[in-house]
Design a protein. Structure first.
Lengths: 571, 376
């Protein structure tokens, strides 16, 4: 143990019991976090990030292994550690019926900040988090990003030596996310704080000094983000083929041996090649080298364990009559005096992938529920497949498939039971019933655990099962509410390749997401914030709008931030 | 920083927070002050275990002087509102449809027999669906007829045939009003509601919202967390108790024959036992739904059914009587009845108070042992 180490974890093991099963949440985890820098704990949902955080905070007792926080044993003396660290849980415990100032005062009392030091510290924290104007507002009435910042301020009332942040940026709008990162970086630079931060966003790895890649309870790698990505120098290429749809280009590339991974980016495709491979010499494709990223390393490591599944687009693109299937005009939804959705209008054409991009609380799920006829709008007109949802919601629903957030499966039932149940509820009988069940098992790779209990399966499997259930009756329109939240990048890719295949068959797809990168996969998207639509267009057009002389090729994130800033200036 | 000053500062912060939350959350104030009003009104005015104005059908097969005189005796009783019916067929139909609860049937020779030998059979048919009510009606009808016989004998100057007379006196509640019995007992139910149900809910809410997880990783101690919940809800419970007391005495004219301070002291002990149970429940069940179900099942319902508030414990089967000994409300209801209606009867108050003190100690102690600063 050297002086430079803020946190040392050795051979840490933690099991949980769920019924008769034993879940290995953490399996022989070793990691070190240096003093005075940000260590990122990166991994999909179910990797064990929260368990690790809670163990370090002394909230859980490990089954084996050691944890040393600032030289103190966390297992033997949790109280000593709790006075030195700051811990911000995933859903930070703000008292929603207390005001911003009252929440701060409570944590000042709890952390024993001397009254004389308080006014200065409050002013500093409120300035840092830009909450000065809102001290009298109830915490429950703050936006998601502001709540997150207040949570951080409460943790920082007495500056801790080690700051534990459990997914502080997940589901937060990109502007607040950027501000949170600036605050955290400032703390490290100015106060020399050590930070352990967990996230599911792989692109946040580059902002950390050290990265620990956690996957299914195991550490897959540890080092600086550059150490992860440098190994892939020369293996990442950008492919463009003028006149060919980028989705087709991606499909063509991913099926080649030498291509490990291909994702849409900008106007072309970003391809990760196998070791020592060179870009395949294909007619018409222009290749240019790109900088490798952290995500490439993760994908490459995962790809060694299992070959990514890919649903390819078999048929040539059918030319549909591009009729409009979803129309929303001037739709609003109020809950009491809260406007969840405010005067939104859009139209979606057949076979289109239409995305709603926004932070938690932006109004995406409310819009979805209205479109599926689960929630009547307070104002405005909604038509799905030409049926007015106010007049005949049941008729409109028959042609709709809906996959709710967190997959509404019957967790205690078996995989087959779930499939059979949904097939029956959609009225499938006889041969068609059998055919669709077989189709679901094959198409979604469900045979591996067809006889098992749904809840016992990993997140990616559950996501596939939920999607199979939603597609059982071959709906014309598919609604997917945050379908990829927290799944690993391979599952994410397999998911989008299925979506692409469906869209090619003429299924209209509406999807919500808070992943900026996923916005690229949509044909068109609407960016939402505070119940409003800030922009509707193709991803390329939305990005292009944010172009400035300083930033000629802005990313989706930059475009989103520009839109929010514009909205805030207008307000 | 774990000095005495730090601890005081933390506790003060927690208390301030809890009071703010109580004041801003209409549901906890409603449970503390609206619920008692509703319950007191229902039990004070609505629910009555007395039989009053019972609808009775009167049938005389051949009306005569004696039958008319007996019927008028029923008409003058405040327990009955009799209706004369022409024949038994009609009377039975009325009983079937529950428009009357009993039939008093005098056969055709009633008046003649009464004239000749001063004795005649009377048929009484009672609706026995509500067994308690049926027993009451039977008793009242018998008493009314005996009264009538007595007065008749007096008028005629003949001795009454009954050799022994029962001279009954009802102590403590001379008018035998069930309200005087129900209202004091209700205080136990109301305090269970606040002590156990409300406390279990607010603590479970903190688990659900993740506020307790954030709290646990501050230097706060478990003693401070428990005190931070105990003190505010103790004060709230006592306020609600005083409020119910004032309503009971001034609105329902229930007497308070015992010592007020003794009543407050025993109430405080009971409230502590209730709070202990509420805290224990919320430590074991960390979501509001489960916590409220458990609280209703193990505290509220027993306080209602097994405390002697509504149902007499000594007429329960033996095993159920034994079970009532682990219901804290049982001891409290006993003390409440005694203090309100009888006075400071130490032989009743002392053992019950001791039992309450033991239970308060037990539940609070268990809550302290079971709560720990880990999430497992």
């Amino acid at each position: 143990m050297n002086k430079q180490t803020a946190l040392h974890v050795g051979n840490l093991e933690k099991h949980f019991r769920a019924g008769r099963r034993l879940i290995k949440a953490l399996d022989k985890v070793n990691l070190d976090a240096q003093c005075g820098c940000i260590t990122g704990l990166i991994g999909p949902d179910g990797a064990g990030k929260t368990t690790l955080m809670r163990l370090v905070a002394g909230l859980l007792r490990p089954d084996a292994g050691q944890i040393q926080v600032l030289g103190v044993d966390a297992v033997l003396d949790p109280l000593a550690i709790q006075s030195k660290i700051g811990y911000m849980p995933q859903r930070f415990g703000l008292y929603e019926d207390l005001t911003v100032a009252e929440n701060l005062a409570l944590y000042a009392d709890l952390q024993g900040l001397p009254p004389a030091e308080r006014p200065a510290r409050y002013a500093e924290l409120l300035h840092l988090t830009a909450l000065e104007r809102f001290t009298k507002r109830l915490a429950g009435h703050l936006s998601g990003g502001m709540k997150q910042k207040l949570g951080l301020a409460c943790t920082l009332v007495r500056p801790p030596k080690l700051l534990l942040l459990d997914e502080p940026t997940v589901g937060v709008d990109p502007l607040s996310r950027q501000e949170l990162w600036q605050i955290i970086k400032g703390l490290v630079a100015e106060e020399g704080m050590s930070v352990l931060l967990s996230t599911t966003y792989l692109n946040e790895a580059e902002r950390c000094a050290q990265v620990v890649l956690l996957y299914q309870g195991q550490v897959l790698g540890q080092g600086t983000p550059q150490e992860f990505s440098q190994r892939f120098q020369g293996r990442v290429w950008y492919a463009e083929q003028p006149g060919v749809l980028r989705r087709r280009l991606q499909d063509g590339l991913i099926r080649r041996e030498e291509v490990l991974d291909a994702v849409l980016e900008g106007e072309g495709v970003r391809a990760l090649l196998a070791d020592k491979a060179s870009p395949p010499n294909l007619k018409g494709i222009l290749w240019s080298p790109m900088e490798p990223r952290f995500e490439d390393a993760f994908v490459a490591i995962l790809a060694q364990q299992r070959r990514p599944t890919h649903t390819s687009i078999e048929r040539a693109p059918v030319t549909f009559k591009k009729e409009t299937v979803i129309v929303a005009s001037n739709v609003s939804r109020r809950f009491g005096d809260f406007w969840a959705v405010r005067h939104i209008s859009f139209a979606v054409k057949k076979g289109e992938i239409f995305g709603l991009l926004g932070a938690n609380g932006a109004g995406k799920s409310t819009t979805f529920r209205m479109l599926c006829g689960l929630l009547p709008p307070s104002e405005g007109q909604l038509a799905v497949n030409g049926v007015d949802l106010r007049k005949a919601p049941a008729k409109a629903r028959a042609r709709i498939g809906y996959m709710a957030q967190r997959f509404s499966l019957y967790g205690h039932l078996g995989v087959m039971d779930n499939l059979r149940f949904f097939a029956r509820t959609y009225g499938l009988k006889g041969m068609r019933y059998k055919q669709r069940l077989d189709w679901a098992l094959d198409e979604f790779d469900l045979r591996t655990a067809a006889d098992a209990i749904a809840d016992d399966q990993p997140l990616g499997y559950k996501q596939r099962l939920a999607m199979a259930c939603a597609l059982m009756h071959e709906p014309a329109i598919l609604f997917l509410d945050e379908p990829t939240s927290g799944v690993d990048p391979l599952e994410r890719r397999a998911f989008w390749s299925r979506i692409n295949a469906l869209a090619e068959e003429g299924v209209t797809i509406m999807v919500t997401t808070h992943f900026m990168q996923e916005a690229e996969y949509c044909d068109r998207l609407a960016i939402m914030a505070q119940g409003r639509i800030l922009a509707i267009d193709t991803p390329a057009a939305i990005r292009a709008r944010a172009a400035t002389p300083d930033n000629p090729r802005p990313k989706m994130e930059d475009a989103f931030i520009t839109l929010i800033q514009k909205m805030e200036r207008a307000a | 920083m774990n000095s005495r000053g730090g601890s005081q500062m933390r506790l003060r912060g927690l208390l301030y927070k809890e009071f703010k939350q109580i004041l801003r959350d209409p549901s906890s104030l409603a449970i503390a002050f609206v619920m008692p009003v509703v319950l007191l009104l229902i039990f004070g005015y609505g629910v009555s275990l007395d039989a009053k104005h019972v609808p009775v059908g009167m049938v005389a097969d051949s009306p005569g002087v004696a039958s008319a005189s007996l019927f008028s005796a029923f008409e003058h009783s405040r327990y009955f509102s009799p209706r004369r019916l022409p024949n038994m067929r009609e009377a039975q139909a009325e009983l079937m449809t529950r428009r009357i609860d009993a039939i008093v049937h005098l056969q055709s020779n009633f008046s003649a027999q009464m004239e000749s030998d001063n004795t005649a059979p009377i048929q009484l048919i009672v609706n026995g669906v509500d067994a308690n009510q049926a027993r009451l009606i039977k008793g009242y009808v018998g008493a009314t007829i005996n009264n009538w016989l007595e007065q008749r004998a007096e008028r005629r100057g003949i001795p009454i045939s009954t050799p022994v007379m029962l001279e009954a006196r009802v102590w403590f509640n001379p008018e035998v009003r069930s309200r005087e019995y129900l209202v004091p007992g209700l205080i136990a139910v109301i305090m269970t509601l606040i002590g156990a149900l409300l406390t279990a809910l607010v603590m479970a809410r903190e688990w659900e919202r993740g506020t307790l997880e954030a709290l646990m990783v501050t230097p706060v101690t478990l003693r401070e967390i428990l005190l931070g919940k105990l003190i505010p809800y103790f004060i709230l419970g006592m306020c609600s108790m005083l409020f119910s007391l004032v309503m009971g005495i001034f609105l329902f004219a229930v007497p308070l024959r015992g010592n007020l301070f003794l009543l407050l002291f025993v109430s405080a002990l009971f409230l502590l036992a209730s709070l202990g149970m509420g805290l224990l429940i919320s430590i074991l069940a960390r979501n509001q739904f489960v916590a409220s179900l458990i609280a209703i099942l193990v505290t509220f319902l027993p306080a209602f059914m097994l405390s002697g508030f509504l149902f007499d414990i000594s007429s329960m089967p033996g095993w159920l009587q034994a079970l009532t000994h682990i219901v804290a409300a049982r001891y409290f209801v006993n003390v409440l009845h005694t203090l309100f209606l009888a006075g400071d009867v130490w032989a009743v108050i002392l053992p019950n108070t001791l039992a309450l003190a033991l239970m308060a100690l037990l539940f609070l102690g268990m809550a302290r042992l079971r709560i720990h600063k880990r999430l497992e």
